[in-house]
Write a protein that binds this ligand. Structure first.
Ligand code: SF4
Ligand code: SF4
Length: 454
């Protein structure tokens, strides 16, 4: 008897119908560029999925930002058509000047492991992932969000970026060099940088054939100022306890500032503010009951390399503040204008970029230490996580003095050296989890000493 539970074997119809012509499928060979793009899209989608789905009760207003990253990095959508585009290789390039000539700035600093691998052929093995990935992206000649560039500006900030200029030029890009001083405090540096920005204003205007006027510059300063205010309104909400927004959302929003239309970005950030303010009023906690409050600092998390913020918040901590050029530092210091005359405005723009910069490229960096201390106090931070990309000497060198400054404040700091490779995950998350656990124990002990029940 046939076992009735066994599947019925289908008849081999081809055997009855005789031999059939075997249909050969045309096998298309994927060209290296298409393969590269597909790998990037997969990388972007993976991170977006993690950020979107691995946390409970996501903010509805964040959907705009998730869609934006998907449109640009997974679907290859080109934004800003019809306007000239200016690629910037660091945050020290004044956006106000670019907007004033009705062009669009696009930050080229890149966070893809796919690009890091292809850019690796140009640089020594132990060099900054961000610089390697940027070279890898430029090699493709297909810039996300804009397709192609009309102008590219490179400031002489850190050594690796400075040396990368030659490599970029060898790829047939015209690169405009902006000389950036490495001493921040002196009057000479200030004057030198002002002169550099004045020259840049003229050269950009001439290079793109667009006139810059007093009215347009004033308008551009106001436009950037509005974006800064929107960010600060959101950032202020992270002081609340319980905290109503996670750090991974903040990083996604600030990363979108690299390439989105500035007015749309401001409008959408204000929408997030409204939702988060509502949550704050209701006492909503975006983190866990005992989640330690973290200050993130160091080499910048750039999409899709948001693995460190993701790991920190998956380990039941919450990033309440940051000091990095892919988030907080982008919005430091507003332009302060005494007289709305052309040259006064250009100088005021230049000052904002030099004064507000807390990148460790400077000879000494008391401003960065001061800012970190302020952030620890204002955002009631329990611990600091400091990331340095392997091979980034300035961040590696500066971590010791930051560690000492944090010790004086009685705030524990974890130093991690990373790159963009996904392989590091296990070991890194174990260290982060152990650090977060130690902060929880410390917090509980402190609360007991204060007579609070946790
Ligand atoms: S880390 Fe410093 S040099 Fe590098 S992109 Fe950021 S601000 Fe520029
Ligand atoms: S992480 Fe370091 S090496 Fe890389 S761009 Fe920033 S300062 Fe330069």
């Amino acid at each position: 008897m046939r076992d009735k539970t066994a599947p019925v074997k289908k008849k081999d119809s081809t055997a009855e119908e005789g031999p059939k012509k075997v249909q050969r499928r045309k096998h298309r060979v994927e060209d290296p560029r298409a393969r590269h793009r597909r790998h990037e899209a997969m990388e972007a989608m993976k991170m977006l999925d993690h950020l979107r789905r691995d946390f409970t009760e996501p903010l509805k207003s964040m959907e705009y930002f998730y869609d934006l990253f998907e449109r640009v990095y997974c679907n290859g959508e080109v934004l800003h058509s019809g306007k000239p585009t200016v690629g910037t290789l660091c945050i020290q390039i004044p956006y106000e000047i670019i907007y004033a000539i009705d062009a669009v700035p696009v930050r080229l600093c890149n966070g893809f492991h796919t690009d890091e691998q292809s850019g690796g052929e140009f640089m020594p093995a132990k060099s900054c992932s961000l610089v390697k990935a940027t070279l890898g992206m430029l090699k493709q000649k297909d810039i996300p969000a804009v397709g192609k560039l009309d102008f590219m500006v490179h400031p002489t900030t850190c050594d690796q970026k400075t040396k990368a200029i030659t490599l970029i030029e060898e790829m047939d890009y015209d690169v405009y060099h902006m000389e950036f001083p490495r001493v921040k405090e002196s009057e000479e540096s200030r004057e030198y940088w002002r002169r550099t920005v004045r020259k840049f204003t003229k050269d950009l205007s001439r290079g793109l054939g667009r006139k810059i006027t007093r009215g347009r510059l004033k308008e551009a300063i106001t436009k950037v100022g509005r974006a800064q205010l929107a960010y600060h309104r959101l950032n202020e909400l992270r002081k609340s306890d319980p905290v109503p927004i996670l750090g991974k959302d903040i990083f996604l929003i600030t990363n979108a500032f690299f390439f989105d239309d500035i007015e749309r970005w401001t409008e959408m950030t204000l929408k997030v503010c409204e939702e988060v303010e509502k949550r704050a009023k209701e006492g909503f906690n975006a983190a866990g009951r005992r989640s330690p409050r973290i200050l993130y600092t160091g080499s910048p998390p750039i999409f899709p390399n948001l693995k460190l913020p993701y790991m920190i918040e998956q380990a039941d901590a919450v990033i309440v503040a940051d000091e990095s050029c892919s988030a907080n530092r982008l919005f430091n210091d507003m332009v302060s204008v005494d007289e709305w005359f052309m040259y006064d405005m250009v100088d005021a723009v230049a000052d904002r970029y030099l004064k507000g910069c807390t990148c460790p490229i400077f000879t000494k960096n008391d401003d960065r230490k001061r800012r970190l201390k302020e952030l620890c106090e204002q955002y009631a931070v329990d611990g600091v996580i400091y990331q340095s990309f392997a091979g980034c000497q300035v961040y590696e060198m500066e971590q010791r003095s930051i560690q000492q400054a944090m010790e004086k404040l009685g705030i524990p700091m974890l130093y991690v050296e990373t790159d963009y490779s996904p392989g590091q995950g296990g070991q890194l998350s174990t260290r982060i989890e152990a650090f977060v656990e130690s902060l929880k124990v410390r917090k509980r002990r402190k609360n007991h000493q204060r007579g609070e029940v946790s």
